[in-house]
Design a protein around this ligand. Structure first.
Ligand code: ACO
Length: 328
């Protein structure tokens, strides 16, 4: 099998910060409730006129720069998002245009918070099969457009942002390698977390427009339980397949939804908490973007060094989950 590596990462967060104190003014909540239940202290919000594709493009530019790859040389662009600019065309097409990456095939995938690692598995396989030399994978979300700002159960949880990575064939051991990837889906649980309106099942009409149907709805407690079980199992699979032991893992980079979920997973994987990366305090849950932003921040902060091993693991609506083990 042709080895595939991560050649560069990038991320972008909008400037505007929304603190828990800001949300106290909008809904019946408190900084204390949000911090103790989730760990989130603030999140970012895209500016007026700033769309998912704008954020995706900025993250992509940084990843391309770090990888030393020109936009015109990229052959595949996958954008993972549940908050596309438009239902069609794909957000990846807007990104291709903004980057000037006209040699690339571009499409979106919808796997909620798991989308970035779904993209990684797809791109890795397409590169190792020889279909493409390289790929740009992006997780990008403008959740602020799909949150009901009157619902305290959900509006405190989410944020906007984008993260990206350039994958390419590894040509020497120093390039590192994506050692193992794993993904799964349970379509029996679609009701636990969804955006019920705005699609063909329930188009937005003049009659239902005020019912907030095109916003995120979640049964948080149920999602929580599935998240811990599935993320643990998924991470264990890639750890085993890549021949690693818990003590070989320099860093676990999990989906950034809830600090209590992350603590539970660190515990169950037997990885010390200081080897588990978190940034949800600053950004909240940015769905498909979360693990991509976390990977970039960990990379740029030197928390994963050349030759070290990292495990990425995610979970989201679907339900969906995925993991990857990487030698950096
Ligand atoms: N402020 C104050 N009170 C609140 C708030 C709030 N923002 N939100 C909910 N409450 C109240 C509820 O109304 C409830 O009150 P009640 O007992 O009087 O009915 C109480 O707090 C407890 O609510 P729970 O749902 O039991 O709280 P829980 O401890 O489960 O925490 C949370 C909720 C944070 C949502 C948690 O369940 C969670 O993180 N779940 C997982 C979410 C996740 O991982 N999603 C991942 C995928 S996201 C994606 O794919 C896009």
């Amino acid at each position: 099998v042709v080895p595939v590596c991560i050649a560069g990462t990038g991320s972008y967060l909008p400037e505007k910060i929304v603190t828990n104190a800001d949300l106290e003014k909008k809904v019946d909540t408190s900084d204390e409730w949000i911090v103790t239940r989730t760990g989130i202290r603030e999140r970012r919000m895209a500016a007026e006129g700033e769309f998912t594709s704008h954020m995706a493009t900025k993250a992509a530019e940084k990843a391309l720069e770090q990888a030393g790859v020109k936009a015109e040389d990229i052959q595949l662009i996958i954008v993972a998002t549940i908050t596309p600019d438009t239902l069609t065309p794909a957000t990846a097409c807007y990104v291709q245009e903004r980057l000037g990456a006209f040699g690339a095939v571009a499409f979106d995938i919808s796997a909620a918070c798991s989308g970035f690692l779904y993209s990684m598995k797809i791109a890795k396989r397409l590169i190792s099969d020889g279909a493409f030399e390289n790929a740009l994978i992006i997780g990008a979300e403008k959740l602020s457009s799909f949150v009901n700002w009157e619902d305290r159960n959900t509006c405190v949880l989410f944020g906007d942002g984008a993260g990206a990575a350039v994958l390419r064939k590894a040509t020497c051991p120093e390039d590192g390698e994506i050692l193992a990837t794993e993904m799964g889906t349970d379509g029996r649980q679609t009701h636990l977390l969804n955006i019920p309106g705005g699609g063909s099942a329930c188009p937005t009409t003049a009659e239902n427009a005020d019912q907030h149907l095109a916003t995120l709805a979640m049964l948080g407690k149920e999602v929580f339980k599935h998240a811990v079980t599935r993320m643990k199992q998924s991470a264990e699979k890639v750890i085993e397949r890549s021949g690693l032991k818990p003590e070989d893992i320099a860093l676990v980079v999990p989906h950034q939804a809830n600090l209590r979920i992350i603590d539970a997973i660190a515990d169950r994987l037997d990885v010390p908490r200081d080897r588990v990366f978190t940034n949800l305090e600053k950004y909240g849950n940015t769905s498909a973007a979360a693990v991509a932003i976390a990977l970039d921040e960990a990379n740029r902060a030197g928390k994963i060094k050349k030759g070290e091993h990292a495990v990425l693991v995610v979970f989201g609506a679907g339900l969906t989950w995925a993991a990857a083990a990487v030698r950096w």
